[in-house]
Design a protein around this ligand. Structure first.
Ligand SMILES: O=C1O[C@H](COP(=O)(O)O)[C@@H](O)[C@H](O)[C@H]1O
Length: 223
C-alpha cells in the first residue's frame, strides 16, 4: 500500500488538488478529454474549492461521483449538491457533470439510463475516493445487501446499495469500474481512518470494501 503522509490537512488538500489537476492536464494533452470521478461526504470540499479555480480545459472533462445517496439535490445529504456548490464553479463550471441521480422513488428503474451516461467516460482517467472509518468506499459498505455483486469481476457499472450504516438507499460505481481507473487516489484524514485503512490491508473486500481498490491506489493522509 502506497501511503503519503502530510504534515497537516491544509497541505494535504492543496498538494492533492495540485496532483489531480496535473493528472487531468496530462490526459487532456494526450487524449483531448478526461474523466474525473470524485467522492461526496464531508472530506473532499477543500480539494474541490482549489480545483474549481484551476485553469484547465474543463469543457473536455467529464465529472461524476463515486456514489450517490438517493435523495434530490434539495437535500443537504446529496453528493451532487456538494459537487455543484464546491467543484462545478469558477473555471470548473465548464466541466460536464454526468449524473448519478434521477428523479425516481428508488435507484433501480434508473440504473440502465444512468449507466449509459457513464459508459463513454470509462475507464476513469483520474479517480479520487474517500473512505469511512467502517472501511466503506464509494457506497460499498461492509454488510450491504448487494456488496458481493458489486465486488464481482463481472459487476455492472452501477449497483444499487442498501446498508444500515448508509441511511438512505445508494447507487455506487462497482468495484471493477473503480479499480480499473488509470490513476487512483484515496483521501483520508484522522487517526481513526488511518487505523481502519491499516486493518483493511489485511482483510478481504467483503469485510473491508476499500481493500478492492487498494492495490494500485495512492493513499493521502493527514492527522
Ligand atoms: O457516504 C459517503 O461516505 C464516504 C466517506 O465520507 P466522509 O464524510 O467520511 O468523507 C464518501 O467517500 C462517499 O462518497 C459518501 O457517499
Amino acid at each position: 500500500m502506497n501511503v503519503l503522509e502530510y504534515p497537516d490537512r491544509e497541505l494535504l488538500m492543496l498538494s492533492l488538488a495540485d496532483r489531480l489537476a496535473g493528472e487531468l492536464a496530462d490526459f487532456l494533452r494526450r487524449e483531448g478529454r478526461a474523466s474525473f470521478c470524485v467522492p461526496g461526504g464531508t472530506t473532499p470540499g477543500p480539494i474541490f474549492d482549489t480545483l474549481s479555480g484551476v485553469d484547465l480545459d474543463w469543457a473536455n472533462v467529464a465529472v461524476f461521483l463515486n456514489d450517490e445517496r438517493w435523495v434530490p439535490e434539495s437535500n443537504p445529504r446529496s453528493n451532487t449538491r456538494l459537487l455543484r456548490e464546491r467543484l462545478l464553479r469558477g473555471n470548473a463550471r465548464l466541466a460536464h457533470l454526468v449524473p448519478l441521480y434521477a428523479e425516481a422513488e428508488t435507484p433501480e428503474p434508473m440504473l440502465e439510463t444512468l449507466a449509459e451516461g457513464l459508459r463513454p467516460h470509462l475507464p476513469i482517467s483520474v479517480l479520487l475516493l474517500g473512505m469511512g472509518a467502517d472501511m466503506h468506499t464509494a457506497s460499498l459498505f461492509p454488510g450491504a445487501d448487494r456488496l458481493a455483486e458489486a465486488l464481482s469481476p463481472d459487476a455492472p457499472i452501477l449497483v444499487p446499495m442498501r446498508a444500515d450504516a448508509a441511511g438512505e438507499p445508494r447507487i455506487t460505481l462497482s468495484a471493477p469500474v473503480l479499480a480499473g481507473a488509470m490513476n487512483i487516489h484515496i483521501l483520508i484524514t484522522g487517526a481513526d481512518k488511518r487505523a481502519a485503512l491499516e486493518r483493511a490491508a489485511h482483510l478481504s473486500p467483503l469485510e473491508a470494501p476499500v481493500a478492492a481498490v487498494l492495490k494500485n491506489a495512492t493513499v493521502h493522509w493527514a492527522g
